[in-house]
Structure formats: C-alpha cells, structure tokens
Design a protein. Sequence first.
Length: 279
Amino acid sequence: MRATRKAASVICYLVFAALAAAYILPLVITLTNSFMGQSELAHNLFGYVIRMPLLPSDVTLAQYRQILIESPIYLNMLWNTIAIATPVILGTLIVSSAAAYAFTVLTFKGKETLFFIYLVVMLLPLQVTLMPNYIVADFLGIRDSWLAIILPGIFSPFGVFILRRQMKVMPVSYIEAAQIDGAGHLRILSRIVLPLVKSGLAALAVLTFIEYWNLIDQAIVFIEDIDKQPMSLFLSRINQKQMGVTFAASSFYVFPALVVLLYGADYLRDGIRLSSNKT
C-alpha cells in the first residue's frame, strides 16, 4: 500500500514537472534566442522548425542595443505601458479599499443589493463591457486617450470583492473600540483596516499589474494613435525580418512582470487564502 502511494506521488510529480517545463520552455526559448545573431536565428528558424537549439553559439547584445539605444520608439511604448498601469494600480487600491470598507462596516439601505450588482458586473466578460465603456468615453471626450482605459480600471469591482471578503474576517472589536475612542471612518480605514488587509492589497496590486501590463483588448478599442499605444501592442509590429529584435524586446518586456509575480507570490497566495475564509 505504501509503495503504491509512493509510486502515485512520483507519477504526480513527473506530470507536474512536465507541465511546468511545457509552460517555461517558450520563455526559455525567447530569452536564449534574444542573444543569438540574426544569421544564426535565420538558420535555426529555417532548418530546425521542430528542433530549435536552446543555447546560442555566439552570444551577442546587438538586438538589446538596438531596442534600448538605437530605437527610442521601444522605450516610448514601454513608458506608455507604465503610464497606464501605474495610475490604475494606485487608483484601484484607493477606490477598492474605500468601497470595500463601506460595504463591510457601514449600514445603509440596499447595501447587499448594490454589492450583488457589483458581483454581476465582475462576472461579465471584458468584451461585454467594452462597448458601454466606449460609449461613455466618447461622451466624456476621452476616447483615444489613456483615461479611457484608466478610469474603468480604477473602478473595477474585482478589487472590492477581494478586499471585502478579507475585511469581513477582521475582528469587529477593533473597529468598535476605535469608534468608542472617537475615531472617524477615514482614520479607522487608514490606521486599523488597511494594515489588517495588507496581504489582500498586495495581491490586488499584483493581479492588477499583471492584467494592465499585458493590456490588449482595451488598447485596441480605445487607443487609435500609435504613439499612445502600450508595448503589448507594439510587440506585434516589430520588424519580423529581425527576429533577434523581437526576441530581445519580448524578453525585456516580460522581465518586470516576472519579477513582480515572483516577489508577490507569497502575498498573492496569502491574500487569496484569507479572502476565501468567509463570504
């Protein structure tokens, strides 16, 4: 019996290892190919469609020099991505914290109905909400600008859902004691509630960063000016005759997302775990 369980565990580890390798392999190929010369890449892509060498025979940084020094358009598009993602993350944390606090602590008529509407909106696919957002952006005169993406991102109900679930497991005595001492809602939120849900805030920040760092659909719909588009769209327009530049740009672009994901993995796990304790 013990031998059977051990064999089953070994098989599970092998299966998971194979799945992990399948997910990691494209990243490894992209990274290693970014250090290959153009002639070596052309030879590999032409002669080894199925079996592509992983390690470059001659390491070169020419393509990195091209995208970082010789082609300022790449850094401009990268700045566009940062300029969109940063206010969305900060705004989401502020708005979601305040809204989650109101849904958790305050008492007002129709609170649960309003929160149910929040859940319905959260469950809607992005493609369903793009058209109403487009109409609103056109009415406000912010179409073809970053605000058309930033404003809907800030008021996303997903952050409210995560933070409210964490706030509902907080000890009520903390808030009651602060209210007895005369603390207002703003002070209670900033001094008591937010420190208690910091794992949820970190998880929300990581998820929001990953989503808007890889922005695609909203940018296609709202941003017509090529100079305002994020890097995620520009990658598809890089010169296909220079595959080394494409690999280098992709490697450089994915690096911040990997760093944030690896650094915030513990916060992400803790935030999701705590958010699932109570509805």
